[in-house]
Design a protein around this ligand. Structure first.
Ligand code: GLU
Length: 482
């Protein structure tokens, strides 16, 4: 299907980083545009000068690029449309759909409910209004809400309607000439030929006002689709208290863009056939507004972690090597190893990805294979080298056994270690856990036989020697203390 007249837009306000809710809105728009062969327009809504920053615009653009939310047009800046916004307001004034309001600025917000819907200024004749304006009297422009009802067919919520009695005459242009959100957004959407307005349902209450503006400006309505809000697993609106919520933060935590893309797509939408791991192309193929859920979506971090893991396991090893280079460097792996021993790096990452759900975690698991020297994790030492003499005794026996064998294949290593355990009359764990700390420095790692096999005999024996030195020193200092 290809309809070049289909035009959707994402219209973030650059007052903060791109958060999960905004990213999901952008992503649904992206999927809709790609599904229908339409155009995806990016508009930065920066009319609120005091709260909008260049830095946040850049951050939003970076996050979108990282997620792969490529837009076809823009970024346009709403502030550039100021003259058009004003012109549209004046068109409404001329047609009588708007009037000049001379109430002093604090009263220029919408009249409060119960005070009546109509500002007294609506009674001022256009001629009198024009004379007062000409004389320099400050004034705003207010929309004259017509009688009747405003209804629309929301692609998510179905038919919605509001009795216009409940909508107050709202301001279009403030007395300083700046447009309010509802005017700017409608003026822009008309100008840009937007055919679908898909956004968060926090904008549901603005929609009747916007529809009135479309009608008064003689423009045809887009299809509106309001996507439900996102809640934390505690049922409360997603916020900082739930931890990371910005795309940037997930990126820093090692979440993969494809995994986050997949996760966001499933926040309030589903393909309806139980599929969960879906790459971009599959999502585009399956997406439709008819399967956007009306009820709030729940942000389940465990699911994101699970999905990320699927992508870590599935990604081409070359890409994993590329992405893990920086965290490996940060973990002290020398540039020489990274550049000159690609097979070793690749093998370490391939083994480590069995256990990591983020690139950082995979890199941390792979680092001990590639580091010159390892350090011993405190908890691992406390758990498995609690009795240094005993640990050293078994480790010496292990060293002797491993130095005399020919094959370092995982299966052969397993036979040897199990035999050793029964000769020593201990459970295999008594040998394996302290050995893992000796070679990896950690309490957890991929399977020990695969680990030893990948390290090879020389490195394994070297690490064991290092650990024996450490254990002897531990035992010695305990004797002194004791
Ligand atoms: N700038 C508005 C916001 O960030 C979006 C407006 C719209 O999508 O109509 O909430």
């Amino acid at each position: 299907m290809c309809d070049t007249k289909v035009r959707v837009r994402f219209a973030p306000s650059p007052t903060g980083h791109l958060h999960v809710g905004g990213a999901r809105t952008a992503l649904f728009n992206y999927l809709l545009a790609r599904r229908l062969g339409g155009r995806f327009v990016l508009r930065i809504e920066d009319t609120d000068r005091a709260r909008s920053t260049e830095e946040m615009t850049r951050s939003i653009l970076d996050s979108m690029a990282w997620l792969g939310l490529d837009f076809d047009e823009g970024p346009y800046h709403q502030a550039d449309g100021l003259e058009r916004h004003r012109a549209d307001a004046l068109t409404l004034l001329e047609s009588g759909a708007a009037y000049r309001c001379f109430c002093p600025p604090p009263e220029q917000g919408a009249p409060k409910k119960g005070e009546g819907d109509v500002c007294a200024c609506s009674e001022i004749s256009p001629e009198d209004g024009a004379v007062r304006a000409k004389a320099g009297e400050p004034h705003a422009l207010r929309f004259r809400v017509p009688p009747g009802e405003t209804a629309w067919e929301d692609a998510v919520h179905g038919r919605r309607s509001v009795s216009n009695e409940h909508v107050v005459d709202f301001v279009l242009l403030r007395s300083d000439g700046t447009p309010v959100y509802n005017l700017a957004v409608v003026s822009d959407d008309i100008d840009m030929g937007i055919t679908y307005v898909l956004r968060g349902d926090d904008h549901l209450s603005n929609t009747p006002k916007q529809i009135m503006l479309y009608d008064a400006l003689g423009a045809s309505l887009p299809t509106f689709a309001h996507v439900p809000m996102i809640l934390g697993t505690d049922g409360r609106r997603l916020s900082k208290r739930h931890g990371a919520t910005s795309v940037e933060a997930f990126r820093e935590e090692g979440v993969l863009p494809d995994a986050l893309f997949n996760f966001l797509a499933l926040l309030g939408w589903s393909p309806g056939d139980g599929r969960e791991v879906m790459e971009k192309a599959e999502l585009v193929e399956a997406f439709g507004m008819d399967r956007i859920l009306k009820k709030s979506a729940v942000f389940d971090l465990e699911k994101l972690t699970w999905l990320n893991r699927q992508y870590v396991v599935l990604m081409p090893i070359e890409r994993l090597v590329e992405m893990a280079a920086e965290p490996l460097r940060a973990a002290g792996v020398s540039p020489g190893v990274l550049e000159d021993q690609p097979d070793r790096v690749r093998a370490a990452l391939d083994l480590a990805r069995e256990r990591g759900s983020t690139i950082q975690a995979v890199a941390a698991q792979a680092a001990p294979f590639l580091q010159e020297a390892i350090s011993y994790d405190e908890d691992a030492v406390a758990r498995f080298w609690k009795q240094p003499e005993e640990a050293a005794l078994l480790l010496r026996a292990t060293r002797d056994r491993l130095s005399s064998i020919v094959s370092f294949a995982p299966d052969d290593l397993e036979v040897e270690i199990r035999q050793l355990a029964s000769q020593q009359e201990v459970g295999a764990g008594k040998i394996i856990h302290p050995l893992r700390v000796a070679v990896m420095g950690t309490a957890v790692s991929p399977g020990i036989f695969a680990v030893l096999s990948l390290m090879g005999q020389d490195l394994t024996l070297g690490r064991i020697e290092g650990a024996l030195g450490y254990l002897d020193a531990m035992a010695g200092s305990r004797r002194l203390d004791g």
